[in-house]
Design a protein around this ligand. Structure first.
Ligand SMILES: [Zn+2]
Length: 783
């Protein structure tokens, strides 16, 4: 391999709309060089030849069109024969979509099919030139070449200079609602803290950035606070956009993308505005789904494979990365990317996707505590099935293989035997990569830093692989097809159906089984089967990698909240090696209060001492005593309020609420303080008086918390009781009896939100309890 001259860090669009900018870090100087290269990629249009000829004549006359040319090609993966294709080049990039919409309209939204419309010029430039983010490169400008392919498994991490950035206002604590004219008192960048008069400070920041020249700024809330505030104050101090440069190129002070709420898979989400820093990356940990798991090493790997800028990867979902990887493979096959006009935006956590898609729950666990349980897991089962069975939209029910022997069990869908589908093509290298990294992690003497980087890559790949399956079932996925999804499920169910008798034959009884995991108990616990040998045998027999996860000293299977029967994936247990595995209990959720998390870890610390199921049962009285002690402290009013913050994601626009809930009160309180929140954003608050109809007295939002508030004792006892029930229900502990034991009144029922009254209410108005809450009032109060 040639030693690289440097690394291609990023490609951005240039301000002139006709070029892209290549940002290359020089190996010798360690500085990043900016090179603009003219590049105007076309998009493609197919349709009847006569219509395309007419279209070409009309477009040629338009000033927004640089050029049109009629040729032929096979832009769709489904195309077997070449078609006439019109390639259309817009004069400037920003006009691309508008021009595509015009073409679509000229064809009456039916005559033409368009391709490559919504790929960005940087993405297309990468693909057209064999480049990718963080490629080691030689040469420069248009003659830049990568010295290794993007898919290279073992590569040296590129040298990235990372600096944390944090802005503090004069006299303000971070996390409070900043006053509209709040001046910046200090800025920390890297190891340096700058302070002094505001204008000097801002100029010093630009100087410090030029001196230390970080590649990546890391913030906590930078999209919503640090960056917009820096630009706001720069403008207030009269600095121009050429004087106040935070990236490596001067740009305007506004965001490239405004903040917005959007719906995704039925959930309302929110994304802060994006402020560009061309040539430099910015990661806002609060605005990135992937950063916590993948960190920089995982994100770099995803950027390489997807050909998306790190700046894009960090803000998007693993699904977006997977789709971009599919696009790269499609273009490599000579196909083009169909235009998705109603392209799905956003994501939901991939583990939700999988849970929702686990159509094939086979064996519900018995509620209660068990011991001597062996757990087995198929690693990346679904992606493996997609690869083995060649499942892809264009290879399912193909016309070339009417006699294909690969048929989905029970459904009969055939898979192509002549060509490899786009999805297997995309997935196979990802699976190989994940295995290779996992194997490398086991190498003796591997350096700590290297191992950590590999673990981050493995985690990133896991997210991408998990999402790949979820996307197959999603109607709007670009290359998805619902029959694929059905076929995958059918193969998986079939596999498990064969696996269960094999497990029984090996001397196990099945306790719980979901499609890709099994919990088995030896029939004879004094002479149990060898779990490792069983896993190896099954892997060979079914040609899929079944792994032994470990033996549980004990495991508690939890009931469903609704029907009380066992449910998949709600349990907690202790492995033989002393490690816990927790699924579906409160502390795992982000909205849980610290109070509840503390209680859970106390109970778990107690149960850690149990050797088996009887040991856990014997500890129950002590667990209840812990719960009582927590309840006493809560009742005494001495719990620190910052450990009582409840988080809630706002499901709809604040004005759309019809009932007066805690969240509505929090939203009103925020907007009263000059900080409005939109649908999809998270509000955090302490419950002060859940019976109050006053938005000021019902809750206190985190941003306004003083620390000496009196919280609603009953409300928190109820949260505690609910969590104790979650953990201990299998032992007969229920919420109602805990609440009775702690003398708690029932919560008031929800009542309609009569907006005019509530809005007119001031803190001095008398509280108007609803009929429901009057009826619900019990004899015991906080006093
Ligand atoms: Zn075929």
């Amino acid at each position: 391999m040639t030693a690289p001259d440097g690394w291609l860090f990023d490609i951005t669009e240039s301000g002139d709309g006709r070029s892209v900018v290549l940002w290359v870090k020089d190996r010798g100087t360690e500085r990043v060089r900016r090179t603009a290269v003219e590049y105007r990629p076309p998009f493609w249009v197919t349709g009847p030849r006569a219509d395309l000829e007419r279209l070409a004549r009309r477009l040629a006359a338009l000033p927004v069109v640089e050029s049109v040319s009629l040729g032929s090609g096979r832009p769709s993966l489904f195309d077997r024969r070449p078609h006439p294709v019109l390639s259309v080049t817009p004069t400037v990039h920003p006009g691309r979509r508008a021009l595509a919409r015009t073409v679509d309209a000229l064809g009456g939204y039916a005559t033409f099919t368009l391709y490559d419309v919504d790929l960005s010029p940087p993405q297309l430039y990468h693909l057209a030139h064999g480049l990718y983010p963080f490629a080691p490169v030689v040469g420069r400008g248009e003659a830049l070449h990568a010295t290794e392919p993007a898919e290279t498994i073992e590569y040296a991490a590129p040298p990235i200079r990372l600096a944390p950035l944090e802005v503090r206002l004069v006299g303000e604590r971070r996390g409070r609602i900043p006053p509209p004219d709040g001046r910046i008192g200090s800025v920390r960048v890297g190891d340096v803290t700058l302070d002094g008069p505001e204008e000097d400070l801002l100029r010093a920041l630009v100087g410090e950035l030029a001196r230390s020249d970080p590649d990546l700024l890391l913030t906590q809330g930078g999209d919503s606070f640090d960056l917009p505030w820096l630009y706001r104050r720069a403008r207030a101090c009269g600095l121009s956009s050429s004087e106040f440069v935070l990236g490596r190129e001067a740009v305007g002070f506004g965001p490239t993308r405004p903040a917005r709420s959007f719906e995704s898979y039925g959930r309302v989400l929110y994304r802060s505005a994006t402020f560009p820093l061309p040539g430099r990356f910015h990661i806002d940990r609060e605005n990135s789904f992937l950063y916590d798991d993948a960190e920089v090493a995982g994100l770099i790997d995803a950027a390489r494979l997807s050909r998306l800028s790190l700046q894009t990867v960090v803000r998007q979902s693993p699904g977006t990365c997977f789709t971009a990887m599919e696009m790269a493979h499609a273009l490599e096959l000579g196909a083009h990317i169909p235009w998705k006009k109603n392209r799905p935006e956003g994501f939901r956590r991939a583990d939700h996707l999988v849970a929702a898609d686990r159509g094939g729950v086979i064996f519900l666990p018995p509620v209660g505590v068990q011991d001597q349980i062996d757990e087995f897991d198929f690693a990346s089962l679904y992606p493996h099935i997609m690869v083995r069975k060649n499942l892809s939209a264009e290879t399912l029910e193909c016309r070339c293989c009417p006699r294909s022997p690969i048929r989905a069990p029970g459904l009969g869908y055939r898979s192509c035997t002549r060509r490899v589908g786009l999805i297997p093509r995309t997935l196979a290298p990802l699976l190989a990569r994940r295995l290779a990294y996992k194997a490398a992690l086991k190498r003796p003497g591997i350096a700590v830093g290297e191992a950590e980087g590999l673990r981050r890559r493995v985690r990133m790949l896991k997210w991408i692989l998990v999402t790949a399956f979820g996307y197959q079932g999603y109607r709007n996925a670009r290359f998805g097809r619902i029959e694929c999804h059905e076929a995958i499920n059918a193969y998986a169910r079939d596999l498990l159906a064969a696996l269960l008798p094999a497990a029984e034959a090996a001397g196990y009884s099945v306790v719980h089984g979901i499609v890709d995991s099994l919990w088995l108990r030896p029939v004879d616990v004094r002479d149990p089967p060898d779990p490792e040998a069983f896993a190896r045998r099954m892997s060979n027999q079914f040609d899929l990698p079944l792994g032994y996860e470990g033996r549980y000293r004990w495991i508690v299977f939890l009931p469903a909240v609704t029907h009380g029967l066992g449910v998949p994936n709600r349990y907690y247990g202790l492995y033989d090696d002393g490690e816990f595995k927790l699924r579906g209990i409160g502390g795992r959720r982000h909205d849980t209060t610290v109070l509840v998390r503390r209680f859970e870890s106390e109970v778990l610390a107690l149960f850690r001492t149990a050797r088996d199921a009887d040991g856990v049962r014997a500890l129950l009285p002590r667990a209840l005593a812990r719960a009582d002690r927590f309840a006493e402290r809560v009742r005494a009013g001495e719990w620190p309020v910052d450990e009582l913050l409840v988080s809630h994601r706002v499901g709809q626009a604040p004005e759309a609420f019809v009932t007066f809930t805690d969240s509505v009160a929090a939203l009103r309180q925020l907007s009263d303080a000059g900080a409005s929140r939109g649908a999809g954003e998270v509000v955090r608050f302490v419950l002060l008086d859940r019976r109050s109809r006053s938005f000021r007295r019902r809750v206190r939002v985190a941003e306004l918390l003083d620390g000496d508030e009196r919280y609603d004792v009953d409300a928190y006892l109820e949260l505690l009781a609910r969590d104790a029930e979650t953990l201990l229900a299998p032992f007969g502990v229920d919420r109602a009896s805990l609440l009775a034991r702690w003398n708690v009144r029932e919560a008031p029922a929800r009542s309609p939100y009569r907006s005019t009254e509530v809005r007119a209410q001031s803190a001095f108005d008398p509280v108007r309890p609803s009929q429901d809450s009057l009826l619900a009032s019990g004899p015991v109060g906080r006093e």
